[in-house]
Design a protein around this ligand. Structure first.
Ligand code: NI
Length: 186
């Protein structure tokens, strides 16, 4: 298990389309463990393999740190070769951020429910219904597999501004260099 470097905008590696995993073996599980360590260290609630430079269709997600919980028990979830089926027609909007676009938060609209088909870390087929924040996170992470980051959903002007602001934030991570509508609350 190791913490890997997170690739950030404007690195073109983030635009790569990731390839399916052929076989879920110990090497794959080792990468998943590194992804989880890297995500917890950041800290973040989701990470795609391409964000540590590995163009394979794999995600780790743990949203247990969000919201009020009686305990802080971790709940890591692993998704290999995920596919979204049955996205709902209803949209919901969350303020999203991304470990590859530090300093930036933006409201993004996405289907508020979906079902995801995937292989778990033992290589077994699973299906999971995702709602609310989980639906947003899984769709955000699946975008990474297609070379898409969340600011790509914005207008070109706002996307370019966000990337410019993130680059500035990466060089000098101060509050002033963040781009958020909710700066006062954070
Ligand atoms: Ni992201």
């Amino acid at each position: 298990m190791a913490i890997r470097e997170i690739i950030k905008v404007p690195n073109p590696i983030l635009k790569k389309v990731s390839k399916p995993v052929d076989q879920v073996d110990d090497e794959i599980r080792g990468i998943l463990d590194d992804m989880l360590d890297t995500m917890y260290d950041a800290p973040g609630i989701g990470l795609a393999a391409i964000q540590i430079g590995i163009p394979l269709r794999m995600l780790v997600i743990d949203i247990s740190s969000i919201g009020e919980k009686e305990n802080n028990e971790k709940n890591p979830q692993f998704f290999i070769n995920p596919e979204i089926i049955a996205p709902s027609n209803n949209l919901s909007s969350f303020e999203e951020g991304c470990l590859s676009v530090p300093g930036i938060w933006e409201e993004i609209e996405r289907p508020d429910e979906c079902i995801v088909k995937f292989l778990n870390r033992n290589g077994e087929k699973e299906e999971k219904k995702c709602e609310g924040l989980m639906a947003t996170v899984i769709q955000h992470e699946m975008d990474h597999l297609e070379g898409i980051v969340f600011v790509d959903h914005l207008s070109r002007l706002r996307r370019d501004l966000s990337i410019k602001k993130s680059v500035k934030f990466q060089k000098n991570p101060t509050k002033e260099n963040r781009l958020s509508r909710y700066d006062e609350q954070q």
